[in-house]
Structure formats: C-alpha cells, structure tokens
Design a protein around this ligand. Structure first.
Ligand SMILES: [Zn+2]
Length: 302
C-alpha cells in the first residue's frame, strides 16, 4: 500500500505534466470506482455519467494532497478526490517524451514488462490535451470521486479525524506532544491511526521509532518529554527524505537507465527482521504491534 511519501512523490511528479492542462474527455470502464468509497459499493451508473460530464473539458488548476488523498482542482472550483488504497496506480503517458521520461507513474509498483497501456487493470482513463492519465487498480479498492467543491468533499466526511500534515508549519513539537497526551495504547498503534499526524504507515512508523530509539510497543503514556522530541525529530527527518527519494515501494519515474534511487534502500528496520541491526549488530526483533508486523532493535530501542 502506498504511504504518504509515495503519494506525495507521485503528486509532485504529476504537477508539471497536468497542472494547467485540459482534460478533453474521460472514460469510465469500471463505474464502481467512481460510485463511492466503502468496501461494499453499489455501482451507480448515474454517478459514473455525471463523473464523466463534470470532468470532461475541464482544466486542472491545482493538484494537492491531504494525507493519502490526491485532490485535483478544476477551473470551476470543483474537485476530484483520488485514493489509491491498496493497489491503485496513476500513470501519465505524455504524447511526447520529455527527455528520457516516457511515463510518470506512482502508487502500486509498476513493472516495465507490464507497462503496456491501457492494460487490463486500466479502469479510468483521462484524455488530456498533452497525454493520457490511466488509473489502474488490480484489486479495485481505490476510488475517484467528484465534488462540486472542496467544502462538499469535507462535508462528505473526507479528511475527517486526520491529524497534522508532517510537512506543514502547523506540525510543531507542542502539537505532537499535546496529541500524544490525549492517547492511550501503544506508540505504533497511535502513529498508525493518523489522528495526531498523518503519513506514517507500517514502514515509516517502524523507521521513526528506530531513529528515535523508542520501542514501537511502548505505551504512549510512558514516553518521556525527551523521547517525544526524538520521535518528532525523526518524523521530520524521515518523511521529507522518503519523499525526496520517491518513497519506498515505487520508481516514480520509469527512466530507461533506472537512475532514480528510492527510500527502500535506506530502511533500517522495516523488512529486516532476523537481520543484524545496522547500528549495534543485534538481531532485529519481529513482533506484532498495533495489529501490524513490527520490527525493532531490542538493544538500541528502549
Ligand atoms: Zn541496535
């Protein structure tokens, strides 16, 4: 599942190609994806038709993000909220390659060998004036919803209960501290619930705890002021670094030379259970915390 750094990286890589550009038409191959956001969505053909009508011939004036939602704003101030969920993927194919870049892709990892477009998982297709944007989704849990305004999306319950954006100026240590004080349960669970700060999924929650030298299964009420500060600083280092590297699970530019790095190479604990700690050599411990597989160093983390 893409985490915030992957989604932000995708958003940033799409901006130069689609912001200010017109969508000539839209094709909805799987109406379920534009019919709501629950797991038991009823296909709504009327919604699919109005999705097409509302977005065709519109200009994308902005591409923003809230938590893992990508928000397209159009020239009539209406918006489209896109959530990739487990396996959603956005791929833009410009009519003309820009340098070596022939595809801009993010979300679910795409393999070059299967990058034929459209493919059998391409369910929504946006025909831009300068290229084509494909929404692919193997497991079909994602959604793309059109609202007449951002307010309407907010009133519909989108973005409810979401905490601070880690990159925003409002995410200050004090706010993080106050948020943690209100919580019970263990640290991993609290970081994953997104209510204090968004953007930490399973990968980055473990990495943040390691950098801060705090065990993910610690009860939040036992955290010292110093540990809270270390956690805060770790979030502020890891998230921007992961975005800079294009996230962990994707190559957002499919460059022929494969030159772009990615954050997976910098993982210290995630995916390394049973291997040696890169700091002290102790074998890393695997446990379940907050309902998710969790890896930490029992020597470095207290
Ligand atoms: Zn260690």
């Amino acid at each position: 599942m893409p985490e915030l750094p992957e989604v932000e990286s995708l958003r940033r890589s799409l901006v130069p190609y689609i912001q200010g550009k017109k969508i000539n038409s839209v094709e909805v191959i799987l109406p379920k994806l534009v019919s709501g956001r629950g797991t038991k969505r009823v296909v709504n053909q009327a919604m699919a038709d109005s999705f097409v009508n509302n977005i065709s011939r519109k200009i994308v004036t902005g591409l923003t993000r809230r938590a893992k939602n990508i928000i397209f704003t159009f020239d009539d101030n209406s918006v489209m909220v896109v959530h990739l969920k487990m396996t959603g993927q956005l791929v833009f194919k410009p009519f003309q390659a820009v340098g070596k870049v022939t595809l801009i892709s993010g979300g679910h990892p795409i393999e070059l060998s299967t990058s034929e477009l459209p493919n059998k998982h391409s369910y929504i297709i946006f025909y831009f004036e300068n290229g084509t944007l494909f929404y692919n989704d193997v497991r079909q849990f994602g959604y793309l919803l059109h609202f007449s305004s951002l307010e309407e999306a907010i009133n519909d319950g989108h973005f409810a209960k979401l905490g601070f954006e880690p990159l925003d100026d409002s995410f200050i240590l004090k706010n993080f501290e106050v948020g943690l004080k209100r919580k019970t349960g263990n640290l991993k669970k609290v970081l994953l619930d997104q209510e204090i700060v968004v953007g930490l999924g399973n990968i980055y929650a473990d990495e943040v705890c390691f950098m801060a030298k705090v065990r993910p299964n610690r009860l939040v009420k036992t955290l010292s002021k110093k540990e809270i500060k270390s956690l805060y600083e770790a979030i502020n280092k890891i998230i921007p670094r992961a975005i800079e590297l294009g996230g962990s699970s994707i190559a957002d530019y499919l460059l022929a030379d494969g030159s772009r790095g990615n954050y997976a190479r910098e993982h210290k604990v995630y995916g390394r259970a049973g291997k040696e700690c890169l700091v002290c050599g102790t074998i890393l411990t695997k446990t379940v915390s907050g309902g998710r597989t969790t890896v930490y160093c029992k020597k470095c983390q207290k």
